[in-house]
Design a protein around this ligand. Structure first.
Ligand code: ZN
Length: 684
C-alpha cells in the first residue's frame, strides 16, 4: 500500500486491509451516507452468543456479494470505493477545466494520461525501451551495480534485487540513516518458494508460466521465454530461501545490523557498492543498516555463480513485471490473469477510471488529498476525533495504573511513553510539493516513472538528516490508520473518519465501538509485542524489568494460542505469531473504547434504541466495522502475508475475552462466545 522505497524496517502497523459519491445540488461532491449501526446488516436469526460476527454482519454479507473486480468486499473497501467515486469527480474536473492552478494541472494531466487508453495501447512496451537498452548493453556482471542503481528508483514495490532507502536509526529516532533490505521476489512472500504442499507447488508452476508470458510479450520466442522463466524461478528461489520470514521480521532486533561501507563490502564483495551509491547519487553516509545480512550474502554468491545473460533476463523481467499495469492492454491483462484472478480470485480487471484514480492517489497522493480534504473534512470533525482520542488515552492511563502484574517502575515508563504519543488527525500540516515532477498528458508510464523517482529521491535525500515528525505514510483519502513505533505517533487520515466508521448522526455507542475501538487499537500498538520494545522517543530500547517482560510474554502467549486455533480458509490456520500484534491491539483497543465510552457518559442514562441496549449497540457498532466477504484465494494469500486475522475471528476473538460483552447479551457460560473466566486473555 505504501508508495515509497522506504524500507519496511519502519515497522509501521497498518490496521486494515482494503478491499458512490454523489453530486449534491450545489455541485459539491459528497460521500453517500451509511449509518454506523445498520439494523439491516444484522442477521437476528443467529444467536449473538453463538456467533457474534454473523449476528452483526450476516445481513450485510448477503446484501453485499463481492464485486467481480474485487478479491474481498468489506465496510472499509466499500467506503474506499465511495472515496474513489468522489475523487473521480475531482479528477475529471481537473482534467478538463480551462483554468487550473499548478496542483490541479498536475493531477488532471496525470489522470488524463492514464484514461487515454488508446495512446497507452499504441505505445506498447516502448516507454521502457531506454531501460531495456541499458540492460541489453550491460557488458559484465560487475556493471550490474550501475544498472541496478538506475532501475531501482523507478520501481515502487517489489524492489529489484533489494531495496534501498533512508530509515530512522533504531537507536536514535531523530536521525535518518541509509538502509538496505531484502527484495527481488515476484510472488507475495518468501514462503511461496519454500513450502512443499501441493497448492504451493501449483502456484509456483503457474508463476513460471506467467513469467514466460511476460518474456513472450517482450518479444522472446516461446522456447527462450520458457528458458528465461526457469532462470527467474531459480534466482528468486535462492533469494527467497535467504530471506527472513514475516514472523522473524516482527522482532525489530532481527532487523538491526548497522555497518560501515567497508563492512558492507565485506558482506557482499562481488557487488560494486561504491559505484552503486555513486550512480544512485545518494548523500554521503558513514553507517548503513542492512536489515537482512543473509540475503546479501546469498546475493553475493549468486553474483559469482550466474552468468551475465541470466542477470540480463532477471532485470528485464523484474522491470517489465513491475510496470505491466502502466503498459498496453496485453501486459495489464497478463498481470491481472496471474495476480488478480489466479492468485486472489478476482473475476474482472477493475474499470480503467478506477485504476487511474488509484494511480493518482498512489503517485501524487498529497496533491489529490488536498481536494479530498476540502470536500469531506472539517475542523469540527478534527475536534471531535481528538476528544475521543483523549478519552481513550485517559482510559489507557487508568488501565496501566491498575495493572496487577506490572511493577511501579515499568508502569512509570509506560506512562511516559503514553504521554509521548503524538496524535495526527486528518491530513498533514504541510503538503508535499510535487512541482518538480514532470507530467505529460500523453505519457502515462513516464508520469508514473517520474513520480516514483521523485519519491525514491525524496527518501534517499533524507539520509543523514533529522527525522521529520510531520510526515504521513498514507494519503488523506486512505481508509486506514496506523501507529508508527519509531515516531511514537498515531495517524488517522480523513478517509477513515467518514460514515459508517465515524457517524456524527448516530448516538455515541456504535461510534465508540467502531472508531473508538480503532483509536484504542492504534494506541495499543504502542504496547503490543512489537511496539512495546520501543521507548517514548521511538528508540529500540528495553524499558521493562525482567519480571514484567515475563508476565507480559505470558499474556501475549494466551492471545497467540487463542488465535492459532482459528481457521483462515480450508485447512489453513491463522498464524498466531504473525497476527499477534494486531490481535493484541484489537483486544486492548476494544477494552479501552468501552471504558472511554462509559466515562464519557457517566452522568447520563442511556436508553435503548431499536430494541438494542446501549451496550449491545456498542458491540454491534464494533462488529460492523469489519463486515466482510472474502474470496478463498485471497484468504489463502492473507494467511501468509497479512498480519491481521480474517474478519470473523477478528470480531469473535475479541468479544469472547470481554465479560462486558457476555453481560450485554446475557450469554450463558456454556455458549461459544464465552470463554471460562480462568481462560480469558487480557494483556492491557
Ligand atoms: Zn493494527
Amino acid at each position: 500500500m505504501m508508495n515509497s522505497l522506504r524500507v519496511s524496517i519502519a515497522l509501521i502497523l497498518f490496521c486494515s486491509v482494503l478491499g458512490s459519491a454523489q453530486t449534491s445540488p450545489s455541485g459539491n461532491a459528497s460521500l453517500p451516507y451509511r449509518p454506523s449501526l445498520d439494523i439491516n446488516a444484522m442477521d437476528k436469526s443467529v444467536d449473538p452468543c453463538v456467533d457474534f460476527f454473523t449476528y452483526s454482519c450476516g445481513g450485510w454479507q448477503k446484501a453485499n456479494p463481492i464485486p467481480p473486480d474485487r478479491t474481498a468486499w468489506s465496510v472499509y473497501a466499500k467506503l474506499y470505493e465511495d472515496n474513489l467515486q468522489l475523487l473521480r469527480g475531482i479528477l475529471e474536473q481537473a482534467a478538463s477545466a480551462s483554468q487550473r492552478d499548478a496542483v490541479t494541472t498536475q493531477i488532471g494531466d496525470f489522470y488524463s494520461s492514464c484514461t487515454d487508453e488508446q495512446t497507452v495501447n499504441s505505445r506498447g512496451l516502448s516507454p521502457l525501451n531506454p531501460d531495456l537498452d541499458v540492460i541489453a548493453k550491460m557488458k559484465s556482471v560487475a556493471a550490474m551495480a550501475s544498472v541496478v542503481a538506475r532501475l531501482q528508483p523507478e520501481v515502487e514495490s517489489n524492489p529489484i534485487l533489494f531495496s534501498v532507502s533512508s530509515a530512522q536509526d533504531l537507536d536514535n529516532s531523530e536521525q535518518e540513516i541509509a538502509a538496505l533490505d531484502q527484495g527481488g521476489l515476484g510472488l507475495p512472500d518468501r514462503d511461496y518458494y519454500t513450502k512443499d504442499d501441493a497448492k504451493s507447488k501449483e502456484i509456483r508452476e503457474r508463476y513460471v508460466q506467467h513469467v514466460a508470458k511476460i518474456f513472450a510479450l517482450i518479444g522472446d520466442s516461446p522456447q527462450v521465454a520458457k528458458q528465461n522463466a526457469d532462470i527467474i524461478m531459480r534466482l528468486e528461489t535462492q533469494f527467497a530461501k535467504a530471506s527472513q520470514t514475516r514472523v522473524q521480521r516482527r522482532d525489530p532486533y532481527t532487523l538491526k545490523h548497522k555497518m560501515s561501507l567497508a563492512q558492507l563490502r565485506e558482506l557482499a564483495p562481488r557487488f560494486d557498492w561504491q559505484l552503486y551509491f555513486q550512480k544512485l547519487n545518494a548523500p554521503h553516509f558513514e553507517i548503513v543498516n542492512v536489515a537482512s545480512p543473509d540475503f546479501f550474502k546469498q546475493l553475493n554468491s549468486a553474483l559469482g555463480a550466474e552468468p551475465l545473460e541470466n542477470w540480463k533476463a532477471y532485470l528485464r523481467f523484474e522491470l517489465v513485471n513491475a510496470y505491466s499495469n502502466y503498459l498496453s492492454e496485453p501486459f495489464v491483462q497478463e498481470r491481472f490473469d496471474f495476480y488478480g484472478k489466479y492468485l486472489r480470485g478476482a473475476e474482472q480487471v477493475e474499470p480503467r477510471w478506477k485504476r487511474c484514480v488509484e494511480y493518482v492517489d498512489q503517485n501524487l497522493g498529497e496533491a489529490l488529498g488536498q481536494a479530498y480534504v476540502r470536500e469531506v473534512f472539517s475542523p469540527e470533525l478534527k475536534a471531535k476525533t481528538l476528544a475521543i482520542v483523549e478519552g481513550i488515552e485517559a482510559a489507557m492511563q487508568s488501565r496501566i495504573e491498575q495493572l496487577d502484574w506490572m511493577s511501579p517502575e515499568t508502569k512509570a515508563k509506560a506512562l511516559v511513553k503514553l504521554h509521548g504519543i503524538r496524535n495526527k488527525i486528518g491530513y498533514p500540516d504541510k503538503w508535499r510539493d510535487y512541482s518538480s515532477v514532470q507530467i505529460r498528458r500523453t505519457d502515462f508510464a513516464g508520469n508514473v516513472q517520474h513520480a516514483v523517482q521523485f519519491e525514491a529521491r525524496r527518501q534517499l535525500n533524507k539520509i543523514g538528516k533529522p527525522v521529520d515528525h510531520g510526515e504521513w505514510q498514507i494519503t488523506p483519502p486512505t481508509v486506514d490508520a496506523y501507529y508508527d513505533p519509531q515516531l511514537n505517533d498515531i495517524n488517522f487520515p480523513a478517509g477513515v473518519l467518514q460514515p459508517p466508521l465515524y457517524d456524527a448522526k448516530m448516538d455515541y455507542a456504535p461510534n465508540y465501538g467502531d472508531t473508538g475501538g480503532t483509536i484504542g487499537h492504534e494506541l495499543t500498538h504502542a504496547f503490543d509485542d512489537e511496539g512495546s520494545q520501543f521507548d517514548a522517543q521511538g528508540n529500540l530500547k528495553n524499558w521493562w524489568t525482567a519480571q514484567d517482560s515475563k508476565e507480559f510474554a505470558a499474556r501475549t502467549q494466551c492471545v497467540d494460542d487463542q488465535y492459532s486455533q482459528y481457521i483462515s480458509v480450508d485447512d489453513v490456520h491463522v498464524n498466531g505469531k504473525l497476527t499477534l500484534g494486531e490481535n493484541v491491539a484489537d483486544l486492548g483497543g476494544e477494552i479501552l473504547a468501552f471504558m472511554a465510552w462509559k466515562n464519557a457518559n457517566k452522568d447520563k442514562t442511556l436508553e435503548p434504541i431499536d430494541g438494542l441496549t446501549p451496550e449491545q449497540r456498542f458491540f454491534i457498532g464494533f462488529a460492523q466495522w469489519d463486515c466482510s466477504n472474502e474470496r478463498p484465494e485471497q484468504l489463502r494469500e492473507w494467511a501468509v502475508t497479512n498480519p491481521h486475522s480474517p474478519a470473523k475471528p477478528r470480531i469473535n476473538g475479541v468479544v469472547v475475552n470481554m465479560p462486558e460483552f457476555s453481560n450485554a447479551f446475557a450469554c450463558k457460560a456454556s455458549q461459544p462466545m464465552v470463554r471460562p473466566s480462568d481462560k480469558l486473555c487480557k494483556v492491557w
